[in-house]
Design a protein around this ligand. Structure first.
Ligand code: AHG
Ligand code: MN
Ligand code: MN
Length: 334
């Protein structure tokens, strides 16, 4: 039977309701999240039409991590930057695609928040119909300086105010946490609104999926190899072997890990001694979401949220998933 669901809980309403019931709320965080979600809707459309617009390729520029900048990376960065800058609700932005933290001149003295973004995650998958996404992290300004700037970002993930991500896949989702659990919204393109799909998501304590790029095997230490190998034994009591899934877009691999459980690994290696992923706009925000959903996230040894960033484009190891899976990892590498 066909059932038409009336979307009573849109993201806007949900955010406003949370603001209304929080006596400390000034509405700025609500405005900021609303602006990010507007940017995400626009990027979703850009991703879907990139092929027919002829912008699947790479520009001639490289970013601070020495990655080639795809046209879509650039478009997504500009959309979020312009929307956030015109919103007046934050003081400074760090983007994967910009070398320095940029300041919003008019508001930066007063602003309460700063934002770090990975405008388009998984850009190596552009053009192959594999999901890509956007990741964001919102910190409260330290206000050590009159004007917001890079030092406002040098705070551990435990100080985050809110974080989340979007996936542009079979559906466009917006998953966020403001420290009161993780909430999942799906874009209904017919009305242009994010509609609540699940309030208070939780990651299964133990899963049955292993997500790792095994092409990095030659660069791992022996303990990492042994750990990955351990999932390939047959042992029905321990639920082994695990199934393998690796898309190569962090947002998509993370989103599946959050919903289905299991373990995602991008450990440090001889190829990437400090890790491959970026701390401020990849591992910190996703670790925050994973922990808010009851899971765990470590950089190899330490909880990601305890790491103090020393620079804005710093890299990080990343192992995350359900509590039991990540604890198995820590036991086996110690
Ligand atoms: P980005 O496209 O924002 O630079 O991020 C790329 C990241 C991430 O999406 C993914 O998990 C990882 O790169 C894939 O790396 P490998 O191709 O080395 O597996
Ligand atoms: Mn990325
Ligand atoms: Mn990116």
């Amino acid at each position: 039977m066909e059932k038409f669901m009336i979307p009573t809980w849109t993201l806007q309403r949900f955010l406003r309701e949370r603001e209304r019931t929080n006596p400390e709320s000034t509405g700025e965080l609500t405005q900021l999240l609303a602006s990010i979600s507007l940017g995400v809707k626009i990027i979703s459309q850009m991703v879907a039409t990139a092929g027919i617009r002829g912008v699947h390729g790479y520009s001639s520029r490289i970013n601070s991590s020495n990655d080639k900048i795809a046209f879509l990376d650039d478009e997504a960065d500009r959309v979020l930057f312009d929307i956030l800058q015109s919103s007046g609700h934050f003081g400074s932005i760090v983007s994967e695609e910009r070398n320095d933290a940029e300041v919003t001149s008019e508001w930066s003295d007063e602003a309460k928040y700063v934002v770090a973004i990975d405008p388009l995650d998984g850009s190596s998958n552009i053009g192959s119909n594999i999901p890509v996404g956007t990741i964001f992290a919102i910190f409260r300004r330290k206000k050590e300086h009159r004007r917001a700037g890079p030092t406002d970002f040098l705070q551990p993930g435990s100080a985050l105010v809110a974080a989340g991500y979007s996936v542009y896949g079979a559906k466009t989702s917006f998953v966020y946490s403001a420290g009161d659990g993780v909430h999942d919204f799906t874009l209904d393109p017919s009305i242009g609104e994010f509609v609540l799909a699940q309030e208070q998501m939780s990651v299964p304590q133990r899963g049955s999926i292993l997500s790792v790029n095994e092409g990095n095997w030659p660069y791992w230490d022996q303990k990492t190899r042994d750990f990955v190998m351990s999932f390939k034994q047959e042992d029905s009591e321990r639920g082994l072997p695990y199934t393998g899934r690796y898309v190569g877009s962090l947002v998509a691999d993370f989103d599946r890990t959050l919903r289905r459980g299991g373990i995602f690994l991008y450990p440090r290696s001889t190829k990437h001694p400090n890790g491959r992923l970026r701390l401020l706009y990849e591992t910190i925000p996703l670790a925050f979401v994973m922990e808010q959903a009851g899971g765990r996230a470590v950089d190899g040894d330490l909880p990601v949220l305890s790491v103090m960033p020393e620079s804005i484009h710093q890299r990080s190891g990343f192992i995350c998933g359900g509590v039991d899976d990540v604890e198995d990892y820590l036991r086996s590498i110690r």
